[in-house]
Design a protein around this ligand. Sequence first.
Ligand code: NAP
Length: 313
Amino acid sequence: MYTIRLQWLYSCELFNTNQDQEGIISVIITGKTGITGIFGYPIKHTLSPAMHNNAFKELGLDYVYVPFSVHPDGLKSAVQGALNMGVKGINVTIPHKEAILPHLDQLTKEAKILGAVNTVEISDGKLIGHNTDGPGFIKSIEKELGCSPKGKHIAIIGAGGAARGVGISLALAGARNIVFFNRSLGRAEKLAQEINEKTEATAEAMPLEENFFKKTVPLVDILINGTSIGMNQEDKEIINEDCYPKSGIVVDMIYSPPKTRFLETADKLGLNYLNGMGMLVYQGALAFEIWTRQKAPVQCMKDSLLRVIYGKQ
Ligand code: NAP
């Protein structure tokens, strides 16, 4: 029996903190330890090991979670290797979320429609692809703001990977209408068309311009920022104060900094708001539950992320 100290060092440049953040957990590896981990390239900045290893420890589960640096040329053999070595489950991140699809045996409905996988369940010799990113976002607004997407009018600023995943999941979860505002209008149009064709919701695309915001956003129930605007202190306002919803909730997918200018305005206007930490935690919690069939210790997972991202004790 070996005791292994797992240690992560995160760069302060990445997370706007003053000092490097460390997370140290001692785990005992036995002959029965279940191996889980994450495939990505590069992978050294992943936050998931801190979140999952603390969660395993919290529940006393004999599992460990490790980062795997998988070059795109080696993805197929890495997936087969995971299966052959009895790995219990893997997360998948950039650049493999779409490329992994042909190497899996089954996909959930969500993963099939999205054409992207972030979690692989390995069970009875089968590789099953899930996508917990959008469902993680939905879980976060349900749990933290008491808001269900059913029947809602939603505005999403952005049409990149995160906006697409969340938008399609919201549509599958019963949202009534989604408007995508994006700098590259064609990208938003393609996404809206996909939602109109594949789900019961209706969707449309609009340019990232004030007169379009003014006509639509004040009436929505949920306003979401899915762009990277706001990650840097010097980023300008995405949307003017007078365009915010009259009531309803405001969510930024960004989690660092914890309160972007987008959210500061929501706060000033007295609107309920949430940053992207909930989405990050719940996508991990859903993956944890798929692999272990145990209820995820969400607070413990959140505290682990708060420590590594913001340096909170
Ligand atoms: P992405 O695929 O690169 O998309 C970036 C989006 O931001 C696009 O819509 C892009 O518009 C827009 N954008 C970027 N710079 C802009 C600018 N200067 N002016 C106007 N629009 C601009 O990235 P992503 O993976 O979707 O990530 C987007 C954000 O979501 C990031 O902040 C990321 O941190 C966050 N995120 C959070 C989580 C979480 O768990 N909380 C998970 C994933 C992502 P164009 O299409 O015109 O380029």
